[in-house]
Design a protein around this ligand. Structure first.
Ligand code: NAD
Length: 356
């Protein structure tokens, strides 16, 4: 029997609704697998502003850092839109990511057979797609110095710097290889080594790290080709590892192979505590109606078990239950199809638990 402490930040809007389903699922999985969990709830985002005046109270950071993993709903909403920039809900989320030192963002793009028609691409292209994009999150072009705009008039010049240290590349490469080890053992490193010096270093270091993972089949692909291959033949990929800006673009492209935002989970790992959250926001347009799709949150719980607590059996159990739920024709409004049964948020959460 293992015991874990899980931090929970419900946040705002549908964040609260889907988080409730995530917690119920974790309790159900723990009970079936003979684990015990304790949940500690913390404030962030709009709820934290209302209660404490700031979007990320110190207590939240300290509490999360003392736990084994963080389950996060979503934050934000029109009520807080006119706050000064540093007091907006989103400022709290960015600060929390930074405090947790989560340098690796994992985003799965999994096309369930039952939902293959929800993609804008043809069923035969997307069916069977199961990709994990591992994106470096705290370095590269978005953080490099020098940066800025200088000069006057027509001679103004804007610039950013794409910079990676060997250390930064090595640690994200390791996450890529470890992720591949937990899956189909195929890793594609995406770069632009034909043009960029920083990419050549990236490629050299990835090759060095590969010596520690002889079971993983490593390939390299230029980012422009990768963008094309993702829509031409997405099934060729297992795990993709790439830098910050390439990963930003590639992970959005990959996620759209799958259909609805209500299905997409994510994990940010590499720091002391992993951060697991759906990629969607607080959806103020449907908040409070009990109709949000909790499957993105349920996928985040699967990732929490797999990458946060290193429990593959529990993660596989959740994945199988979701597949069974979809195969049984159960849907939320965002993925509703003819002949299926439409469920509310809590009904969908219960349906997955029933099928564990
Ligand atoms: P959103 O993701 O909240 O919603 C976009 C659209 O998708 C909406 O029509 C919404 O109803 C729908 N949708 C989202 N999740 C769904 C689900 N689980 N089931 C069914 N439909 C779903 O994005 P937005 O409307 O641009 O942003 C709303 C608020 O959320 C803003 O304040 C924004 O800053 C914030 N936000 C927060 C996060 C986060 O907490 N990580 C991420 C993105 C946006």
């Amino acid at each position: 029997m293992t015991h874990w402490t899980i931090s929970v930040i419900h946040g705002d809007g549908i964040g609260k609704e889907v988080c409730a389903e995530g917690v119920k699922l974790m309790e159900a999985v723990a009970a079936r697998c003979n684990h015990t969990l304790s949940f500690h709830e913390y404030l962030a985002g709009g709820a934290a502003i209302d209660e404490t005046g700031v979007p990320l109270p110190d207590e939240t950071v300290a509490g999360v850092l003392a736990s084994d993993a963080l389950l996060f709903g979503a934050i934000g909403g029109p009520k807080w839109e006119n706050q000064p920039q540093h007091l907006k809900p989103e400022a709290g989320l960015l600060k929390l990511r930074k405090e947790l030192g989560a340098f690796a963002n994992l985003r799965p793009a999994l096309v369930y057979d039952e939902l293959a028609d929800a993609s804008t691409l043809k069923r035969e292209v997307v069916q069977g797609t199961d990709i994990m994009v591992v994106r470096e999150l705290t370095g590269g072009l978005y953080f490099g110095e020098p940066r800025g705009v200088e000069g006057q008039g027509a001679s103004r010049k804007g610039y950013n710097t794409m910079v990676y240290s060997a250390e930064e590349i090595e640690r994200i490469a390791r996450v890529g290889f470890q992720t591949a080890m937990a899956r189909d053992k195929r890793l594609c490193s995406v770069d632009k080594a034909n043009v960029l010096d920083v990419s050549q270093l990236w490629r050299d270091i990835v090759i060095e790290v590969s010596k520690d993972f002889p079971e993983v089949a490593l390939s390299h692909m230029y980012v422009d080709n990768c963008a094309m291959q993702l829509i031409r033949d997405p099934k060729q990929f297992d795990v993709i590892v790439t830098g910050n800006i390439f990963g930003d673009i590639i992970s959005d492209e990959a996620s759209q192979l799958t259909g609805s935002i209500g299905m997409l989970a994510s994990a940010s790992v590499g720091g002391p505590v992993g951060f697991f959250e759906p990629i969607h926001g607080s959806a103020p347009d449907i908040a409070g109606q009990g109709i949000a799709n909790p499957l993105a949150m349920i996928g985040s719980v699967e990732m929490l078990f797999r990458y946060g607590l290193k429990q593959n059996t529990e993660a596989d159990m959740i994945n199988a239950a979701v597949r069974k739920t979809l195969a049984d024709g159960l849907r939320c409004g965002d993925i509703m199809q003819e002949g299926c049964t439409k469920l509310s948020t809590s009904e969908m959460g219960a349906a997955v638990i029933e099928r564990l």
